[in-house]
Write a protein of this length. Structure first.
Length: 377
């Protein structure tokens, strides 16, 4: 990536030579050009929210920025890209969306996230640190910036306008008004599960902003909850890509002796899973881990893996994440251990599972979804 701040070698995480997707896009480049052309003063506290793979903080490393991200993979990519470009450890502060933000922010740069709820939560959390002289610039591809996006900036921070588009990217300029009255932060949000979906029926679910389908139970999970395996005794179960944790919590409610590990690469998701688990007073053993899938889980140590894999990485449609989840599940399962997967019928997960496990069976299906079971032999 060539910018006014220098040229930088960048990759996504985990690094894959077959991956043709770049670790930056036109909106990153546009934002960096704007900072240089307008000679924005970067001598104060610079905060970058939503930096996807660390492109922005790597380019701005000389100004010791603070990165705030919800993505473990994005944070690991940032660490790798900083090291790759000779930036000393500790130069850039790496925070998560669950950490307290800096008390004062002089320049706030926002990569617009896919989730409007996450943007709302982050702007509300960051607003108290802004002052009259703060510079606020958002960035995203044109297809990522909607009227609702601009309305949030306007409602929470202050007067907002947009730039002309360049290479299908656009900037958002916002003038913060520190004294304005702001709405209360609605996140995390709690709702009650509907009846007829198993052990979690009528139970509370807690969602932090940015978790998929945060204000209601999505139809895919609803279908999965009706087809979960019956575990017995002190089996070790992994809710892989746990989201708000309702799947793993359902297993724990049905079998309090189960040891359930909740894993997600989203800090917001794992916080939601832990809150959901605790809100239900589950007597079992829950462990909550932010990480890269099943990395760090011992081989042959798990009885059941439950998985609803994503098929989007930001705006890109890909099966790479699902494939890595499936191969990780096969590694950590004991002989006779089972992987249970739900997915849209058209995704054809049964092909991948048969290739990995030798066979798989359909446990449940409807016109939209299919639940598959693969056993490690």
């Amino acid at each position: 990536m060539t910018t006014p701040f220098g040229a930088f070698a960048l990759t996504r995480f985990p690094e894959d030579p077959r991956d043709r997707l770049r670790a930056w896009d036109a909106s990153d480049a546009y934002l960096l050009r704007h900072l240089a052309e307008e000679r924005i003063d970067l001598s104060g506290t610079v905060v970058v929210a939503g930096d996807r793979w660390g492109a922005l903080v790597t380019a701005l490393a000389a100004h010791a920025p603070v990165q705030i991200t919800d993505s473990h993979l994005g944070q690991e990519a940032t660490r790798a890209n900083l090291a790759r470009n000779g930036v000393a450890p500790g130069t850039v502060s790496l925070l998560t969306t669950q950490d307290a933000p800096p008390e004062r922010i002089d320049v706030l740069l926002v990569r617009v996230p896919k989730s409007l709820a996450l943007l709302e939560d982050q702007l509300l959390r960051l607003a108290p640190a802004l002052h009259e002289g703060s510079v606020v610039v958002g960035a995203g591809m044109v297809k990522e910036i909607h009227t609702s996006t601009l309305t949030l900036f306007e409602r929470i921070l202050g007067p907002t306008r947009t730039s002309l588009a360049q290479q299908k990217a656009r900037l958002i300029f916002c003038t913060p008004e520190p004294g304005r009255e702001r709405p209360a932060n609605p996140w995390p949000y709690t709702y009650t599960l509907p009846d007829g979906i198993g052990p979690a029926s009528g139970r509370p679910v807690v969602n932090h902003a940015g978790v998929f389908c945060a204000d209601r139970l999505d139809i895919g999970t609803r279908f999965f909850l009706r087809h979960l395996p019956a575990t017995r005794g002190a089996q070790r179960v992994v809710d892989l890509g746990c989201g708000n944790g309702v799947v793993g919590t359902s297993v724990a409610l049905a079998n309090p002796e189960a040891e359930v590990l909740f894993v997600d690469e989203s800090f917001q998701a794992v916080a939601s899973a832990e809150a959901t688990y605790k809100a239900n007073g589950v007597p079992g053993h829950g462990e909550f881990r932010v990480g890269d899938g099943l990395a760090g889980v011992a081989s042959g140590s798990v009885d059941v893996v439950l998985n609803n894999p994503p098929f989007h990485a930001h705006q890109a449609t890909t099966d790479a994440v699902a494939w890595r989840m499936f191969t990780g599940a096969r590694r950590v399962l004991r002989p006779g251990g089972e992987l249970w997967v739900i997915g849209n019928r058209h995704l054809g997960y049964h092909v991948k599972l048969r290739r990995l496990f030798g066979s798989c069976e359909v446990v449940g299906s409807d016109p939209k979804f299919v639940v598959l079971r693969a056993v490690k032999r």
